[in-house]
Design a protein around this ligand. Structure first.
Ligand code: KG4
Ligand code: ZN
Length: 477
């Protein structure tokens, strides 16, 4: 609200209340840094609302709508704005007074989970009436929140329903891998079409399994990136349609944040801060997770992602897509010391990764063997390649844990399902007294439950998107 709005605001307030504020009162309020006043406008000012905040509490001063714009749910949208604003500002409680006979207002506040906490006798004049004092405990709106999430960033179509961020009611995952296998990798256009074909029935299955209706959902979360542009668009269009038609909050989620959040589902007691290693098909990150919203990226890959190097090496060995799980299996039967592949550590202080040199070394080894007509023992290649990857991941991660003096280490992403990674990390963690967290296998690879969890934490921290939400194929954390 600006000084130039004051004449309109005073007029609206006079229409609405018999004991409304004067222009002077508003002027001094605008100068007060604890007063936060807003106007809702389209072509003209439709209404005004204002709160006063002191430390972690807020008091609603006014919500009024211009006479000829009433009954259009404008007051509801003002209330939504106030609640979101208070979430963002980490307000714990919101208070208000309302005339005891003003049932429409009282019902609106009740809808937003305000509770009556008392009565103030003779609070209002003209006509004299008692006030009801009401309060919203912000914890009440963070509880029993049902999030429906949609994930379509790559080759899994998934819809999940999660309660309060950690309690999975359903997590339906339909993998397209069998189709992409024929081409040796994900074909983007095919992925988009398959997402589109699968979406409606997966959505229905997720609701049925959770035994809920669309109306029971509070928040729609959707992966906005990184990922394949066409594939992301299918998910985001579906999420917007649901949000628009059902009047639900919409939150666009970073897929990589989702991978980290998978651990909050598997480990109910886990809280930030911690050090996180995210190793997926498209990304490799070492991150200092400061809280649910703040991520400090310490290292990332300079070329191939960790999972990508698994897939490329698998392809060179004539194995199917995705190669990670197959190499994991083969390596168990091979000798990890059979072939000396490089461990690329980069500069002394760097936490970045580079896997393309290792991949090239494997390819050169295979070509060399083929040229000499010598036999290739796939199990040994798999085990030796995998050990080279693990040496780098483990060394860099534990160096960072030590540097940051952090004793919680959280892994995620498709490669976190790797059995050798688990063995190596657990062994090193025992020596260093580090607590290690892996998601369950099904939550390592792409799924919508992890997107719901990330979306929930975004939501309770006041993050909202609208129908302008776009896809971000190259989104960073
Ligand atoms: O996280 P994710 O499902 O998709 C992306 O967001 O990229 O990760 C898929 C990647 C693939 O590269 C796959 O080969 C790899 O994870 N992967 C594995 C294992 N399971 C999946 N890599 C190594 N060992 C595994 N057991
Ligand atoms: Zn992923």
């Amino acid at each position: 609200m600006q000084l130039s709005d004051l004449d309109d605001v005073v007029e609206i307030e006079n229409e609405s209340f018999s004991d409304s504020w004067t222009k002077n009162m508003y002027e001094s309020c605008l100068k007060d840094k604890n007063c936060h006043y807003f106007v809702g406008e389209e072509d003209e000012i439709l209404g005004v609302f204002g709160i006063m905040t002191v430390l972690d509490e807020a008091e609603i001063h006014t919500i009024s709508v211009k006479k000829n714009h009433r009954n259009k749910k404008i007051a509801t949208s003002f209330m939504k704005y106030i609640v979101d604003y208070c979430l963002k500002e980490h307000i714990e409680k919101i208070f208000l007074e309302v005339r005891e006979s003003n049932y429409p207002a009282i019902n609106l506040y009740k809808k937003f989970k305000f509770q009556k906490i008392g009565r103030i006798e003779g609070y209002y004049e003209k006509p004299r009436e008692d006030a009801l004092r009401m309060m919203l405990d912000m914890n009440d709106i963070k509880e029993n929140i049902i999030t429906l999430a949609i994930e379509t960033s790559c080759d899994e179509t998934s819809v999940a329903i999660v309660k309060n961020g950690r309690d999975v009611l359903s997590n339906i995952i339909s993998s397209q891998i069998d189709v992409h296998k024929r081409y040796g990798g994900v074909v983007p256009e095919v992925a988009s079409r398959l997402h589109l074909e699968a979406m409606n029935s997966i959505l229905k299955s997720a609701l049925d399994e959770a035994n809920l209706k669309l109306d029971d959902i509070d928040v729609i979360a959707v992966t906005k990136g990184p990922g394949l542009i066409g594939a992301l668009l299918v998910g985001i269009s579906c999420a917007k349609a649901l949000s628009f038609s059902m009047g639900k909050h919409l939150v666009g989620v970073n897929h990589m944040q989702g991978h980290i959040c998978a651990n909050y589902i598997s480990h109910k007691e886990l809280e930030p801060p911690f050090i996180s290693l995210v190793v997926s098909g498209g990304h490799t990150y070492l991150i200092n997770v400061l809280d649910y919203q703040n991520y400090e990226i310490i290292g990332s890959t300079r070329d191939d992602a960790c999972g990508e190097s698994y897939d490329k090496v698998a392809r060179a060995l004539g194995l199917e897509y995705p190669g990670g799980p197959i190499i994991d299996r083969l390596a168990k039967e091979g000798n990890k010391d059979a072939i000396e592949f490089p461990r690329v550590m980069l500069e002394k202080d760097s936490y970045d990764f580079s896997f393309s040199g290792l991949k090239t070394a494997v390819l050169n080894y295979l070509n060399n063997k083929k040229q000499k007509n010598e036999p290739i023992i796939k199990e040994d290649v798999a085990a030796s390649f995998q050990e080279a990857v693990m040496d780098v991941l483990v060394e860099k991660s534990f160096k960072l844990l030590k540097e940051k003096n952090q004793n919680k280490f959280v892994l995620s992403g498709g490669v976190a399902a790797n059995s050798r990674l688990k063995e190596r990390v657990l062994e090193k963690a025992k020596e260093n007294n580090i607590q290690v967290y892996f998601p369950e296998k099904i939550l390592c690879t792409d799924n919508a439950a992890m997107i719901a969890t990330a979306g929930y934490y975004d939501y309770i921290n006041g993050k909202r998107d609208n129908l302008d939400l776009k896809v971000y194929p190259n989104l960073e954390l």
